[in-house]
Write a protein that binds this ligand. Structure first.
Ligand SMILES: [Zn+2]
Length: 412
C-alpha cells in the first residue's frame, strides 16, 4: 500500500457547457470549476496543459504551416494524379495518414485531413513529436520531462491503445504500485461531439460510460493508495455549427493565384494566410474586413492570447470566425461536421472544466495551462510521501476483483 496517487484524467472536449447542467462525476469529484481555454485546437491546448506555457512559448499551435523549404511531403505529390473521388475519401485519407506517419517517423498525432496533394509540398506539419512524451514539445519542456528529471515514476497513456486499452494499462501500473503520478488520456468524447453535436443523447450516455470506468478506476486505486487525488479535466468545449462559410470559393473569386500570390490553410474555424506580394495582401485584407461571419485578429488580440508569433510561422494573417460558424470546405474536411471548437477562448462553448475530489485546488488555477502547476505540485508531494513510506504489498479482494472485471467496450 502506498500513500498518495495523483490521478489526472484528461477528457478531450468535456467543456464547461457540456457538464455544467449534468451530474457528471459529482459523486467522485464534486469540486468543479470553469477553466479558460487556449486559442487554437487540441494541437495547441494539450501542449499548453502539459507544459504550463502558451503557444508562443512552446510553439505547438496549428498543425499545417506554409514552409516549402522544410516540407517533408514532396514524395506525396504524385498522388495529385489520382482522381479526387478516391483521394478525397475519408477512409483513403486515414489509411494514407497512417502510412505517411510511419514513413516520416512522426511520433505525435498525424492526419492528412483534407490537404490537397497538388501543393502539399509547400507545407510542413508542426507536430512531429508526441507532446505526451518527454522531449515532445517543439520548444522547452513538459510535465514528462519534469517527472523524468526528478526521478518520479509515472504512467501516461499511449493514444494508439484506445481509451479502454489505456485504462487497463493504467490499472496494471496502479495494481503494481509502481507509480507516483498518472496521466490518463481519453479522446473519444471529442470525436463523438464533432459528429453528433453537444445536445445529442449520445453525449449523456458517453458521460455515464466514463463515470462507470472512473468508479472502477477509483475503487482499484484506493486498494493500493491511501490518498487518491482525482482530477478530471478538459482542454476546451464544443459548439454546434449551424452556419457554414465557403471562404475558399470567395477568396478564389478575387482572381489571385494561390501558390503565386498567397498561401493559405483553411482550418475549420480560422484561415491563416501568407502573402507573396502587396496586391494580394491588400485584396484579401479588404475582402475579409467585409465578411460578417468572422474577423481579422489584431496583433494585440493575438498577443493577449499567447499566439502572436514574431516570425509569423503559423500565418501572417489570422481570420477567425464567430462561434457556430464552420469554414467548409476546408483543409480539415470537405464536408460539414455537426460541431467544432477552436473559436475565441471567450466564446461560451470554448471553456474547459476541472473536477476534483479535493477542495484544495488553488484559486489561481483558472486556465488550462495552470493544470501544469497542479500536476507538478501533486507529483512532487506524492513522490516525497511514497518514498518516505516503507513498501509493503497488500491484497484487497474488492480491488483485485474489480481489476479482473472485463472492460466495457469503448463507444466510438
Ligand atoms: Zn476536436
Amino acid at each position: 500500500m502506498k500513500s498518495i496517487l495523483p490521478l489526472f484524467v484528461f477528457v478531450d472536449a468535456c467543456g464547461w457547457e457540456i457538464i455544467k447542467d449534468d451530474p457528471f462525476v459529482t459523486g467522485l469529484a464534486p469540486y468543479r470549476r470553469r477553466l479558460r481555454s487556449v486559442f487554437g485546437y487540441s494541437s495547441a491546448c494539450i501542449p499548453s496543459i502539459l507544459s504550463g506555457r502558451m503557444p508562443v512559448e512552446h510553439r505547438n499551435w496549428c498543425y499545417f504551416v506554409h514552409d516549402p523549404k522544410h516540407s517533408p511531403f514532396r514524395p506525396l505529390r504524385w498522388l495529385r494524379w489520382l482522381p479526387s473521388a478516391l483521394t478525397g475519401r475519408r477512409r483513403v485519407r486515414r489509411w494514407l495518414s497512417k502510412y505517411v506517419k510511419m514513413r516520416l517517423k512522426f511520433r505525435g498525432y498525424f492526419d492528412l485531413y483534407n490537404m490537397p496533394f497538388r501543393d502539399i509540398n509547400q507545407y510542413d506539419f508542426s507536430e512531429k513529436k508526441s507532446p505526451l512524451q518527454p522531449g515532445g514539445m517543439n520548444c522547452g519542456t513538459n510535465i514528462f520531462d519534469h517527472l523524468t528529471e526528478h526521478g518520479i515514476p509515472y504512467h501516461v497513456s499511449e493514444p494508439a491503445r484506445g481509451e479502454q486499452g489505456n485504462l487497463e494499462a493504467l490499472l496494471q501500473d496502479i495494481a503494481a504500485e509502481k507509480i507516483d503520478f498518472a496521466f490518463l488520456y481519453w479522446p473519444d468524447l471529442d470525436g463523438l461531439l464533432h459528429r453528433v453535436g453537444n445536445q445529442s443523447p449520445e453525449i449523456f450516455l458517453k458521460l455515464r460510460a466514463y463515470e462507470k470506468d472512473l468508479n472502477r478506476l477509483m475503487a482499484i486505486s484506493r486498494g493500493h493508495y491511501t490518498d487518491v487525488r482525482l482530477y478530471i479535466f478538459s482542454d476546451h468545449g464544443m459548439a454546434n455549427c449551424d452556419r457554414r462559410l465557403d471562404l475558399r470559393s470567395r477568396i478564389l473569386s478575387l482572381n489571385l493565384k494561390p501558390g503565386n500570390d498567397y498561401a493559405v490553410v483553411y482550418d475549420s474555424t480560422m484561415a491563416r494566410f501568407w502573402f507573396f506580394n502587396e496586391n494580394a495582401r491588400q485584396k484579401i485584407v479588404d475582402y475579409l474586413k467585409n465578411v460578417p461571419q468572422g474577423k481579422i485578429m489584431t496583433d494585440e488580440e493575438l498577443e493577449n492570447l499567447g499566439t502572436l508569433f514574431p516570425d509569423r510561422y503559423f500565418g501572417e494573417l489570422i481570420f477567425l470566425v464567430s462561434e457556430g460558424v464552420l469554414i467548409v470546405p476546408s483543409h480539415m474536411g470537405e464536408r460539414p461536421i455537426r460541431a467544432m471548437h477552436g473559436y475565441h477562448p471567450d466564446a461560451p462553448h470554448s471553456y474547459a472544466a476541472l473536477m476534483a475530489n479535493r477542495d484544495t485546488v488553488p484559486a489561481d488555477i483558472t486556465a488550462i495551462p495552470d493544470i501544469y502547476k497542479l500536476m507538478v505540485a501533486e507529483a512532487g508531494e506524492a513522490h516525497a510521501h511514497n518514498r518516505a513510506q516503507p513498501q509493503q504489498t497488500t491484497t484487497f479482494p474488492e480491488a483485485t476483483a474489480a481489476l479482473r472485471r472485463p472492460a466495457v467496450p469503448a463507444k466510438a
